[in-house]
Design a protein around this ligand. Sequence first.
Ligand code: NI
Ligand code: MN
Length: 238
Amino acid sequence: MSDSPRPSFTYYGHASVRVDFPDGQRWLIDPWVQGNPSCPESLHDLERLDALLVTHSHADHFADAVKIAKRYGPKKIVANFEICTWLTAQGVGNAAAMNLGGSQDVLGHRVTMVRADHSSGLDDDGVHVDGGSASGFIVHTAEDFTFYHAGDTALFSDMQLIASLYRPRLGFVPIGDLFTMGPADAARACRYLGVATVVPIHWGTFPVLTGTPAEFERQVKERELACDVVTLQPGESY
Ligand code: NI
Ligand code: MN
C-alpha cells in the first residue's frame, strides 16, 4: 500500500544499505563498511544490528561480514547456502541459509531470495571457495511495504516476473557498469520492475565504475517512466 509506513534507508556507499524498520529493527544489506572507501567514518560503528543480509560473497559486498557478525551478533544472517556454510565455519552463529526462489521469515518480515545475473566466488585467504549463486533480495515488511535490493546483476527480463510476483515499490539497482548493468540497462530495469522509486547503487567507488547517477537520471527521464530517482550520497538517508 502506498501509505504503508516504510523503513528508513541509509546508504553506506557502494551496495551497502542500512535499513531501520518502523518496529525499531536495524538490518544491514551487504556488509562492506569499515573497508568501504565510500562509507563515511561516522557510520563505521553500526551500534547494533538485528539482521545481516548478503547478496553474494565478492569482497566489495562481504569483506566485513565476519567482523560485523562477531561484533554485533545479529539474530539472523541471511545468505545463500554456500556463504552460510563458510560463515559458520568461521565461527559465526545464526546463519539462516536459503537459495533462489525461497522465502523465509526474518524477525517478523518476509525475505525472498531472487535471481541475479552475476557470480559469487569467495576468496578465503588466497584459496578460492565456491560462494554459490549471486542473488538479490525482496523484503516484504510486516507493515506491508516491499522493497528490492538487486545486488550485483546484469539486466534480465525476468525482472518483470519479480515485478508481477512481489510488486516492489522501491528498488536499489546497480548502475556503475563493467561489473553490473550500466545506466541505460538500469533504466530498462526500472521499467521491468515497475518501481515507484529507485536508488542507484554500485557507482563512484572506483574509477572503473563509469556509470553515474546523472546519466542514470537522464536515461530514466528519456523513457518517461513513472519512477522517481532518489540519488543518495554515502551517509544520506531516505
Ligand atoms: Ni559482485
Ligand atoms: Mn560488486
